[in-house]
Design a binder for this molecule. Structure first.
Ligand SMILES: [Zn+2]
Ligand SMILES: [Zn+2]
Ligand SMILES: [Zn+2]
Ligand SMILES: [Zn+2]
Length: 800
């Protein structure tokens, strides 16, 4: 999903197929990425450019006053139906397009923020509305909102000042209709009463609301490796490449690595991908770009738009400025092209922009400086690859004589610097020539655009080099030496991302539905490069958990790790989600190694096939076995069923469950529960009791009953779901933790006090190991407990 859009990929494949065989061969054999890039540069013809830009036109990210008007009106519709969150997002879309009505859009958004209880942000939007020339006749209305915010925030003096300002405005304005005047005056007197009450109440505004954001964990930084704790060390050998090892016995939940992304790019998400109808009017669907800051990935409330495009939205002026200084001034005019070329191309560009031209240039030159040695090493490296599986080691360094760990700086330190990023493995020789060609052509397309553009941002160094660079870029249509370097580096990064890209994920609670029980899903927010976290090797049965906060990653031990054991995480194919054969296939395809983790060895050694016990006999419930035709495993039964038939049945059932989920989201819990109960009966007929789909049905049933306030039924179904999740993922897995969290919510709401306390304890223990003590769910659990413990004793000892 991070690759270029399919139409461009298909175009590049056709282009590749039409190349002369000799040119194909030259490209396939090109040893260095510089050669590949230089060979592709002249191949990108005006016709290719025209095709690419016709695709990009559909991702247009410019500003359009008509779009602003459209989103404002859509926002108003939601606002009137009290859909304040949706309205807020739509008003944000509106302000990202310039229009003469900007002040009204900000004012409306301030109203949505007010209803959602975000008073500080509301005040900011009121100021923005006024700065944009909010009409005089509407001033009293917005000033009264301001007064209310100030009162609610306890800023009484300021509130009083605003009130007197409104009063004088009303007094001066002769054109005000008398009814409006009366309404306003009544409102003012109400606010005055409120202000008076506030003044006399002895309760001061609680300062405690501002939670201490400081992590209480003890941070003992590693002397040799930035971002890592002293409990891990960086090791290297030819078999595992670079890898991390525990230097002491580590307890579950201990932090091992805390790292800021070197670079991260927000994924546009499914909704922004190319649609076939080019004429669609503006889209009201919500994407990652509407929900998260383009720069720091924080959840957006009152977003600040980029001054140049309608795509990039930020959490604050500070982020606007940082992004602009470091990369967005170059990216902004390329917005549509970057959306078309995909997140990997985008990350590749941003990486060189963030690193700065001087840094990129020095590393590229250094790389070619020991050209000879590297060529030798690369040639030899190939024969060694079979033994260097499962590594994220260093390119072509297996033969270096020094015992030093590859890519540490001169003082022996490994830093999450551009140097570390630059030296991540590209596996250039393992990508298919077609894939390399697609990447090269995409990078060439970016370079052509960079050539046209004003590139002052690239050299943040001296003024002299800036003007020199600019002259080079604009003077000739030829490939400038600077672009040669940048193009090669970007191609390098794009190939590295294949194996080293880290998906930044976040748990997003669903906005719809009225259930008090969290219905959350994991969503992919961004793609990032973390040079230190990249040192971790893969295991299908990892001993760590990875969580994200903004653009930072934390790696924690998910189980006890004895001193000397390797620290590993899972690149995606996890033991609990698929069988060994499938996992190994995927890892080989994407990461170019054959997994030999313990889980794989165990599974391949035994005869147990992971898919063995999915289906069960409809008459005796014993498991069904076989390949194309399955036979009941109990001797007494002679039932035979075709696999295709069972797969169809499974597919139908999945469809029904999805329909039920839709009903839940549409706030129709009764219908959803009814449908799910039927699904449950169907499932019993042909699926084993431990099947994940059975677990999902139970989980959704619990949600449905919780929405209806039937807490006991909800708890009963959820306990069954927990059993299935536990059997599959283990009792201390994060998956079990999430289910326990839901059960805690249900029991809490159902006043099943003692069981709730017990479940809260279990959920908290499991979740804080994986997600740390500051995780939102962990904090909510603690609040639930505090609340239950404050209940009168009689309730605590109530018979349940
Ligand atoms: Zn931000
Ligand atoms: Zn922009
Ligand atoms: Zn494995
Ligand atoms: Zn049977």
């Amino acid at each position: 999903m991070d690759l270029p859009v399919e139409k461009w990929a298909a175009y590049a494949r056709r282009r590749w197929a039409s190349l002369e065989p000799r040119l194909q061969q030259t490209l396939s054999l090109a040893v260095s990425l510089r050669d590949t890039f230089l060979l592709c540069w002249p191949l990108f013809q005006p016709a290719d450019e025209a095709f690419l830009h016709s695709l990009a036109a559909r991702n247009w990210v410019g500003k359009d006053p008509r779009a602003a008007l459209f989103y404002k009106e859509e926002g108003n519709k939601r606002f009137q139906k009290k859909g304040y969150t949706a309205a807020l997002i739509l008003y944000s879309k509106a302000v990202s397009h310039n229009s003469p009505e900007m002040s009204l859009c900000y004012a409306n958004r301030s109203a949505a923020l007010f209803h959602l209880g975000h008073f500080e942000d509301c005040l900011e939007d009121i100021d923005r509305a006024q700065a944009q020339g909010y009409p005089n006749r509407l001033q009293p209305k917005i000033l009264l909102r301001k007064t209310e915010c100030l009162l609610l925030l306890g800023r009484l003096q300021e509130a009083a000042e605003v009130i007197s300002k409104v009063e004088s405005k009303i007094a001066m304005d002769q054109s005000l209709p008398s009814t409006t005047r009366q309404i306003l005056l009544r409102k003012i007197s109400q606010l005055k009463v409120k202000a008076h009450e506030k003044e006399n109440s002895s309760v001061s505004v609680p300062e405690a609301l501002s939670k201490t954001q400081k992590d209480l964990e003890f941070w003992e930084e590693n002397g040799k490796m930035s971002s890592a704790f002293s409990s891990v060390s960086l090791n290297f050998n030819s078999c595992r490449g670079r890898h991390l090892v525990a230097t002491k016995d580590i307890l579950p939940g201990e932090s091992l690595v805390k790292e800021e992304a070197f670079v991260s790019v927000l994924s546009p998400g499914k909704n922004l991908l190319l649609q076939d109808s080019a004429e669609t009017t503006w889209d009201t669907r919500v994407t990652n770009g509407d929900l998260h800051c383009h720069h720091c990935l924080k959840r957006l409330l009152a977003s600040v738009p980029c001054r140049g495009c309608s795509y990039a939205k930020y959490c604050s002026k500070k982020c606007v400025q940082l992004a602009w200084e470091h990369y967005h001034s170059t990216e902004c005019p390329l917005g549509a092209l970057l959306l078309t070329l995909g997140v990997f191309s985008h990350v590749a560009l941003r990486t060189v922009l963030v690193a700065g031209f001087a840094e990129v240039s020095s590393l590229v030159k250094q790389f070619h400086g020991d050209d000879k040695e590297l060529h030798k090493a690369e040639a030899r490296g190939k024969s060694q690859d079979e033994t260097r599986d499962s590594t994220a080691g260093m390119e072509g360094l297996s033969e270096k004589a020094e015992p030093l760990i590859p890519d540490c700086e001169d003082d022996g330190q490994y830093r999450g610097s551009y140097q570390a990023v630059f030296n991540l493995l590209t596996h250039a020789e393992k990508h298919s020539p077609e894939h390399k060609f697609l990447c090269s052509l995409s990078i060439v397309a970016i370079c052509k655009k960079l050539q046209e553009a004003d590139l002052t941002i690239l050299s943040q160094g001296s003024c002299e080099s800036q003007s020199k660079l600019k002259a080079h870029m604009t003077m000739s249509a030829e490939l400038s030496p600077e672009l040669k370097i940048l193009g090669e580096a970007m191609l390098r990064h794009m190939l590295q991302l294949h194996c080293n890209a880290q998906a930044v994920t976040s748990i997003r609670e669903s906005e719809s539905g009225a259930s008090v029980v969290a219905d959350s899903e994991q969503v992919r927010l961004a793609t990032a490069l973390f040079p230190v976290t990249s040192l971790l090797n893969h295991s299908c049965d990892p001993n760590t958990s990875v969580t994200f906060s903004g653009t930072a990653v934390t790696v924690r031990a998910s189980q006890p790790i004895p001193r000397g054991q390797e620290i590993v995480h899972c690149y995606g194919p996890h033991r609990c989600r698929m069988g060994a054969a499938e996992r190994r296939q995927r890892l080989l395809c994407q990461y170019f190694f054959e997994c030999r983790c313990q889980a794989c060895l165990d599974e391949l050694g035994s005869d147990v096939t992971a898919t063995g016990d999915i289906f069960c006999c409809s008459s005796c419930h014993a498991s069904m076995q076989g390949e194309d035709v399955l036979r009941c495993s109990s001797g007494a039964c002679t039932l035979l069923v075709g696999r295709d038939h069972l797969l169809h049945q499974l597919w139908d059932l999945q469809l029904q469950v999805r329909t039920a989920l839709g009903l839940l989201k549409d706030n129709q819990p009764n219908q959803a529960v009814e449908l799910l109960m039927r699904c449950r009966v169907d499932a019993e007929n042909f699926l084993s009791a431990e099947h994940m789909l059975v677990g999902e049905i139970e989980d959704h049933l619990a949600q449905g009953y919780a929405t209806l306030g039937k807490w006991q039924e909800a708890a009963r179904h959820l306990r069954r779901s927990i059993q299935i999740v536990e059997a599959r993922h283990g009792p201390s897995s994060v998956e079990t933790g999430h289910e326990l969290f839901k059960l805690a919510q249900i029991l809490f709401n159902g006043f099943a006090v003692s069981e709730a306390l017990c479940t809260i304890q279990r959920a908290e223990t499991v979740l804080s190991v994986h997600c740390g003590p500051l995780n939102a769910q962990v904090q909510e659990l603690q609040e639930m407990r505090a609340c239950l413990l404050e209940l009168p004793r009689s309730l605590l000892h109530r018979v349940e």
